[in-house]
Design a protein around this ligand. Structure first.
Ligand code: ATP
Ligand code: ZN
Ligand code: MG
Length: 396
């Protein structure tokens, strides 16, 4: 059975540089949408509906899509991409997507949408990358922390997370404490039509979520405190969750992934300096890993609406740089890490001050561990003999 489709010509032209961003947001427009693709030149949108969606009102979908496009592209100006490092043409031996081979050998197994189990090869590859990130963390004498996987809704609200990234939240609930409710659930609940058949009335209100990032936990821990030191550096690795809807594909974009972060707190100049030092130290490590990549300015994928301005602001003030590794099989690049500066955003919203009473500035260097492994295997393949010496020797 072929799924129903809809072709949409955007009333307001989508500039090519916005096509990826618009595509990622279209996934959230309507529940009937299975996938949405925007032509790279922005000229056309192709919507594929879920087979179970039934008779969708194409006119309604068309107008919702046109609204999103208008909100995102009206008056948008192409930010100037600043390239800090360009090693995209570093020669690499592979041109194949490693995913089919990884799935066939059960090195990667899909448990659910955006959820994968990783086997011994990727596990040891990630352990090796981790050892290199820890070497970077050590060079800053970063203090180690372990943060929880759950994150408090109370604090996420204080940093406006629900306004900035509502579409990617992952909520955690539990059964309401009520004997009859729990008994009913135990007796009648089953997996049906791709979900549990229990109704929303069985569940508690939301008090916690699955954490979308690592560094937030450290800022939350320090909320409403005046620090005794001017500069602090920490490091932690943790599970992160982002619901990326129909964009959840292979190891590129997961619902549940792992991030290693090195986090800086201090005055603005200090944080910027550390971020820059971190980037320069990473250049040597990435060279030993043999990665073909470039580092360029970027902005966060804020929800459409008032936060569009924030993206322009981020670009203008160079608050975010991404390490974008090449995926030779597709000719595209994928962010495997980012260098971020939040100015005094967390300091102000969480009331954290330095010894002189001014709000802290914060920044972090974040690595996506699964994406590091995926990008590396896309460039070097699964045969260890083809790997750069440092990686071959580091992976035991
Ligand atoms: P993208 O633009 O690709 O969605 P991002 O800007 O949302 O990335 P950051 O918030 O900077 O990513 O997170 C740091 C790193 O975490 C990214 O560089 C990436 O390696 C990893 N990461 C982010 N989202 C995902 C995801 N859904 N699946 C796997 N890794 C991810
Ligand atoms: Zn961070
Ligand atoms: Mg993202």
């Amino acid at each position: 059975m072929t799924e129903p489709t809809l072709t949409i010509l955007p009333a307001i032209p989508i500039p090519a540089f916005m096509s990826g961003e618009v595509q990622s947001k279209l996934a959230y427009v309507d529940e009937s949408i299975l996938s949405a693709t925007v032509e790279p030149d922005g000229s056309m949108i192709q919507i594929i509906f879920k087979p179970q969606a039934g008779n969708v009102n194409q006119e309604t979908i068309n107008s919702k899509v046109q609204d999103v496009v208008a909100l995102m592209v009206k008056g948008v100006i192409q930010p100037r991409t600043q390239v800090l490092e360009d090693f995209l043409d570093r020669p690499v031996p592979s041109k194949q997507d490693p995913m089919p081979e990884l799935l066939a050998s059960q090195e990667v197994s899909q448990e659910g949408r955006g959820i994968y189990t990783l086997g011994p090869l990727i596990t040891s590859l990630i352990a090796y990358f981790e050892s290199r990130f820890l070497e970077l963390a050590d060079s800053f004498s970063a203090v180690p922390y372990r943060f929880p996987t759950l994150i408090s809704a109370k604090y996420l609200d204080r940093v406006n997370y629900f306004k900035a990234f509502p579409h990617s939240l992952s909520f955690v609930t539990h059964l309401r404490e009520d004997l009859e409710n729990i008994d009913q659930f135990a007796q009648h609940t089953h997996w049906e039509d791709e979900s549990l058949n229990a109704g929303p009335e069985s569940f508690s209100k939301i008090e916690v979520l699955n954490s979308p990032a690592v560094c937030y936990h450290w800022y939350f821990m320090l909320a409403d405190q005046q620090l005794k030191e001017d500069n602090l550096v920490s490091t932690a690795v943790g599970n992160c969750f982002r619901y990326e809807s129909s964009n959840l594909t292979s190891l590129e974009r997961l619902w549940n992934f792992t991030m290693r972060e090195i986090i800086f707190i201090g005055h603005g100049e200090y944080v910027l300096e550390q971020r820059e030092t971190g980037r320069q130290r990473m250049t040597g490590i990435l060279e030993e890993l043999g990665l073909a990549y470039r580092v360029e300015s970027a902005n966060d994928p804020f929800f459409i609406g008032e936060f569009r301005k924030q993206a322009a602001f981020q670009s203008a003030f160079q608050l975010k740089y991404e390490i974008r590794a090449s995926l030779p099989f597709s000719g595209k690049t994928l962010a495997v890490g980012s260098y971020n500066y939040h100015q005094d955003f967390f300091g102000r919203n969480l009331n954290i001050t330095l010894p002189d009473g001014s709000p802290i500035h914060t920044g972090c260097i974040a690595f996506g561990l699964e994406r590091m492994a995926y990008a590396f295997l896309s460039q070097y393949g699964l045969d260890k003999n083809q790997w750069p010496a440092a990686v071959r020797e580091g992976v035991r």
